[in-house]
Each structure stands twice: as C-alpha cells, then as structure tokens.
Design a protein around this ligand. Structure first.
Ligand SMILES: [Zn+2]
Ligand SMILES: [Zn+2]
Length: 242
C-alpha cells in the first residue's frame, strides 16, 4: 500500500441502501503494509489495494456520496485503547464480523489480541465463539441489525430458563396479567421467577395457565366431594362460565 499506516483497522462508509442506515465496511493494513479486505459489501467497498489507497487518500472532510460524517476511522490494533474504542463505537454486528475475521485469519497474530466488549458488563470477550448478538431489529428494508453483543455469562443470565430464548436479565414483566389468578398462584409465579431466573412471555403464560387449571381441578374435586366450595357459589363461577 502507498500509505504509511501499519497494523491498522480501517472503517469506512462502503455505501448504503435506500431506507437503510449507512453501511460500514472494513479493511486491515498489516504490519508489513499489506492490504486485507475484511468486508466490502457496499457499492463503494474497497476490495483491492488500489481502492483502499484511494479511500485512505481522501481528505478528512471529503463527503462521500452524500455521507457527511468523518469518512474514515482508523484503529491501531496494537493499542488496546483503540480496539476498545472501535468495539464501543461500532455496530455490534460489525464488531463481531471484524472479530471473527481476525480469529479466522492469522494476520499479525503475535502482535496483538483482538477483542470485543460485552454490552452488558463491559468485560472483554477474547475467545472465538464467545460473543452473542441480541436485541435484533429491522434497520430499513429487509436488513436486520443487533444492538447488543454479550459475553457468555451475561447471555446465559438473560435466557428464558424454560425454552432458552433470550429475554434480557430482567426478563418479562411477570407482575402483569395476574388479575384472574388467586393469591396463591401469584406468589407461586413470583417464586418461580425468583428461583429460576427470567422467563419469556410464552413460557410465563403457559405456567400461569397450567397453575390456574390445576387449581380449578382441585376446587372442582373438593366441591363435588365435600360440597365446599359450593358448586353454585362465587368460587366456582368459572366452572359455569365455560
Ligand atoms: Zn458480559
Ligand atoms: Zn421461554
């Protein structure tokens, strides 16, 4: 490469789609000045040394195709502060893509250890396969993006204990939807969550409904066997309402 930069990750706007946010692309210039394309998916993506040189020679304030932010961000990957800055100011999906690229390509591996930062606890994620993307949502068109990149520990604390779906550490707001539950069932549900961790809405609703069904079955047996509660009284109104 013509440029003097070494062991540097370069983030630049590779282009975008109508209705979508700007799409960042990435390349790496190794310790010997060799160009490595990491991601060049945009229409202005740099997949050759020549295009990368042209991108790097742009003036700091040169607008690119209507994009008015700083066109190029460079991160010296030997400097952990700069890797940290990249991990914090970039989209979670891109951070994982770049991390995976460094894991899969043995470039300058004796020089630095690339890492990511867990969105939840702020700890470094250094091992291959240890980062989990969560908080998926659309970003225009058919594109999807994720807001969070979690370490294994934070991720496991936020999955539904019943089905494994990620719900976040505080889980589903289980306090609601208990209007038709007896106090016994309400406290059973609260105890269930406290003992076992967060659950998703579906699993919570299933648990609530099966507790209600079991309680009603028990009341019906009691009513039929002992006359208490009265089969025609308020406590058994549900039986006739079906
Ligand atoms: Zn974490
Ligand atoms: Zn679940």
């Amino acid at each position: 490469m013509k440029t003097e930069i070494r062991h540097t990750l370069v983030k630049y706007p590779g282009g975008g789609y109508d209705g979508c946010t700007w799409e960042w692309n990435f390349f790496y210039v190794d310790a010997d000045g060799e160009f490595h394309c990491i991601e060049a998916t945009g229409h202005a993506g740099c997949d050759t040394t020549e295009k990368a040189d042209a991108m790097l020679s742009l003036e700091a304030n040169t607008p690119i195709d209507g994009y008015d932010g700083p066109p190029i961000h460079t991160y010296d990957v030997v400097d952990t502060m700069q890797v940290e800055a990249f991990a914090k100011e970039s989209n979670a999906v891109h951070v994982l893509d770049v991390f995976n690229w460094f894991m899969g390509n043995d470039v300058d591996e004796d020089l630095f250890d690339f890492f990511m930062i867990c969105t939840e606890c702020g700890e470094r994620i250094t091992e291959d396969g240890e980062g989990e993307l969560e908080g998926w949502h659309g970003c225009g068109g058919i594109e999807l993006t994720a807001d969070a990149l979690l370490c294994q520990e934070c991720h496991s604390r936020g999955v539904c204990y019943d089905c494994g779906e990620y719900v976040g550490q505080s889980g589903f707001e289980f306090e609601q939807d208990v209007d038709n539950c007896s106090e016994v069932i309400q406290s059973q549900l609260i105890g269930w969550i406290e003992d076992d961790g967060p659950v998703c809405e579906d699993c919570w609703t299933n648990e609530r409904d099966s507790l209600i069904a079991a309680e009603q079955q028990e009341l019906l047996s009691l009513s039929l066997a002992t006359g208490t509660p009265d089969l025609f009284g308020d406590d058994m109104r549900w039986f006739w309402a079906v």
